[in-house]
Design a protein around this ligand. Structure first.
Ligand code: SF4
Length: 311
């Protein structure tokens, strides 16, 4: 399996995603551009939140890269419009989704925080995706502000209204991610409120997630598997209990593949060992060599070792 080379500026991977298998990422938000600054964000702090749409990078350049990747003959399960922030802040995200639908054999996945779905144009563009993954971690404006440190222009109720309007026009799959943050939204009654809101826009499935990578706010702790399982019950049949894993998601190991994999998100030693199908000892040894070469850095969070890009 080949990996994207450094000649790609806007593409990363394919990486092995826990939920979606092999996924080629399209990054429309370099450097990190987001409407939120979530306390659990694994990409790091948002320098300054915004809801201003941007035309940069030029969408034609992104599409040219995608066309080149397709010509390379590499394979993937999904082409994911996501990256270092919120992709719907880019005016061309709909063009990228249309290109994937019309010019490739692969399925498209839009990873969005959904905060701009109150805008009709954003909702219409998002309908071109095969799957739209939205996020909901709060139950009112106050909890939304606390967890996401949202741009002041954003209104929680207006965002939810946007989710419902989107469901009305979209026949594809909506996956909902709920991030569980111990001490902030992990009480059963809080999760009940989130589930009640979720039912109002009928997601096809709900994933409960937790801080498995170093979060923007280092006080955010990982939720235990028991807690995740218990809180999943609140969502009934919608809750996805088993995380997608497949041998097809295993990547061939090379230093380049590893650097590429962690270039956007830190990854734990456990995850890397699984994704490259190596023992912990062998994986750790490889990581130490790359760290000594100053090509990445190792860090320890919540008792786990992570490989991170050098910032
Ligand atoms: S978690 Fe997603 S929505 Fe939240 S700050 Fe990070 S990139 Fe933005």
């Amino acid at each position: 399996m080949s990996q994207t080379k450094s000649t790609y500026k806007y593409l990363f991977g394919p990486v092995a995603s826990r939920r979606y298998g092999r996924s080629l990422g399209v990054d429309l938000a370099i450097p990190k551009t987001c409407s939120l600054n979530c306390i659990f964000c694994q990409i790091g702090e948002t320098p300054s939140t915004t809801i201003k749409l941007s035309e940069k990078p030029p969408v034609n350049e992104v599409l040219k890269e995608l066309a080149r990747w397709i010509q390379s003959g590499d394979q993937t399960d999904f082409i994911t419009v996501a990256g270092s922030g919120e992709p719907t802040l880019h005016t061309g995200f709909g063009d990228v989704l249309n290109f994937i639908r019309d010019e490739t054999e692969f399925k498209s996945l839009l990873l969005s925080n959904g905060t701009l779905f109150f805008l009709e144009d954003i909702r219409n563009k998002a309908t071109s995706a095969d799957i739209v993954k939205l996020s909901l971690h709060a139950w009112d404006q106050s909890s939304f502000t606390k967890i996401t440190r949202a741009d002041p222009a954003l209104d929680f109720d207006k965002i939810l209204d946007g989710f419902r309007r989107f469901r009305d026009i979209y026949s594809g799959k909506i996956d909902l991610e709920v991030f569980v943050i111990p001490g902030i939204n992990d009480k059963a009654e809080q999760m009940e409120k989130i589930a009640h809101i979720a039912r109002s826009f009928s997601p096809d499935s709900v994933y409960l997630n937790s801080a498995v990578r170093p979060p923007a706010d280092s006080t955010v702790k990982e939720a235990s598997p028991d807690l995740i399982e218990k809180l999943s019950l609140v969502f009934g049949e919608l809750a996805v209990k088993k995380i997608y894993t497949t041998n097809e998601a295993i990547l061939e190991y090379s230093a380049t593949a590893l650097i590429e994999l962690i270039s956007r998100h830190p990854a734990s030693l456990d995850q890397l060992a699984k994704q490259f199908n190596l023992s912990h000892d062998v994986m750790l040894n490889e990581l130490k060599i790359l760290e000594a070469q100053n090509r990445m850095q190792l860090t320890e969070t919540n008792g786990k070792i992570f490989a991170m890009p050098i910032i």
